[in-house]
Design a protein around this ligand. Structure first.
Ligand SMILES: [Zn+2]
Length: 154
């Protein structure tokens, strides 16, 4: 799943969980669960002939983080952004995984290897076995994003 969807699940958790530790933990678990849903497109991504690191840096820093910031700014603009420690930790927990395994990929620091293994495992359970075109996963991710934001705003 895209980081933006993970961030939205963090928002939901941060709203309904009062403890920072639990919020982080649930955020982290929610990441693994969401990544099991077929939400990306290994074949089409491979056609984009750029090194793996570049692709991910471009996607994360030029698409995802601006989208997340826009989402948070819009929520703030409409006075809907809850600012609290559990919220901070829930969103951090929901996003942490991709930065941890990304950092492992870049640095090869051994203590981070576990995150790379778990991340690959969570993708392999269902999603990598199932080829879905972007015509399916894009609307699906947008739908999950909309549902999460709806729950958050309830
Ligand atoms: Zn992930």
């Amino acid at each position: 799943m895209f980081l933006t969807v993970h961030a939205a699940s963090g928002l939901v958790i941060g709203k309904y969980v009062d403890s920072s530790i639990l919020a982080f933990l649930f955020g982290f678990i929610s990441h693994l669960l969401l990544d099991m849903v077929p939400g990306h497109d290994p074949i089409e991504l491979k056609k984009w002939k750029k090194p793996f690191v570049y692709k991910n840096v471009i996607i994360v820093f030029f698409i995802e983080l601006p989208l997340i910031l826009t989402m948070l700014l819009l929520l703030n603009l409409f006075n809907k952004l809850i600012i609290s420690w559990p919220m901070f930790w829930a969103v951090s927990g929901a996003l942490a995984m991709d930065f941890l395994w990304g950092l492992y990929f870049l640095t090869k620091w051994k203590f981070l290897k576990i995150f790379s293994i778990v991340n690959h495992w969570s993708h392999e359970v269902f999603s990598d076995k199932l080829y879905v075109s972007w015509k399916i996963w894009l609307p699906m991710q947008l739908f999950v994003l909309a549902v999460l934001l709806f729950i958050y705003l309830l």
